[in-house]
Design a protein around this ligand. Structure first.
Ligand code: URA
Length: 215
């Protein structure tokens, strides 16, 4: 695993922008914006839906029950929370935890793009439908969960939201099984990027190589 936990000034600026953002009405009801957390050189990035009550209070993602379950899932996959990056499609809590509105998702979209660009993770895991739609606009989560696709040299893996598994017990084993695939996905991208280094190519300038795991 990469080991640095320091954030570059670009990242610090991004977090500041998110904390004072007034692009949609959610800023009027938030206590705290929730930019995301984790090392800037994380190999895996999780994108959830939106902060809930506890996240809004603390300004940190996934600190409630879903967060505890996410940490269990990570541990089962041999990963620690401190080594992955966690954020949400929306940076501010929707009142009463209602579903994000399309305009709110649009307002936050550039923040996610910048987070992906700055972290450059091997694997992006989308948690839940709203996060999945960014990369799989027409997909149904029950059909595609756990099946990665390659976008710009990284694997995007749609998964159920941990809260869904907490509410629907029959999904628990499914999400555990999907998380167990993560180490293999990380290795796949690591090998590919190493191969590119050996060939003297930059991370993303080798479309032929990327085709090797295009689904
Ligand atoms: N659910 C999410 O999608 N994100 C959080 O931060 C907490 C719960």
């Amino acid at each position: 695993m990469k080991d640095s936990i320091s954030l570059t000034s670009e990242f610090v600026e991004l977090y500041q922008e998110i904390r004072i953002c007034e692009a949609c009405l959610l800023h009027t009801t938030r206590k705290n914006a929730v930019p995301g957390e984790g090392p800037q050189d994380a190999q895996v990035m999780f994108i959830g839906e939106a902060p809930g009550l506890n996240e809004d209070r603390e300004g940190r993602p996934f600190v409630g029950r879903s967060g505890s379950f996410l940490e269990e899932l990570l541990a089962a996959a041999g990963l620690k929370r401190s080594e992955v990056y966690i954020c949400n499609v929306l940076k501010c809590r929707p009142p009463d935890n209602r579903d994000p509105l399309p305009a709110e998702i649009d307002s936050c979209s550039d923040f996610i793009s910048r987070q992906i660009q700055l972290i450059d993770p091997f694997v992006v895991v989308t948690l839940g439908r709203h996060s999945m739609r960014r990369f799989f606009p027409d997909a149904t989560i029950s059909r595609v969960h756990g099946q990665p696709k390659t976008v710009e040299g990284r694997l995007i893996v749609p998964m159920y939201h941990p809260a869904a598994a907490l509410h629907r017990g029959n999904l628990k084993q499914t999400i555990i099984d999907d998380f167990s695939l993560l180490p293999g996905f990380i290795d796949r991208v690591r090998s590919l990027r190493r191969g590119e280094e050996v060939l003297g190519n930059s991370k993303t300038s080798s479309p032929r190589q990327l085709d090797l795991f295009e689904d």
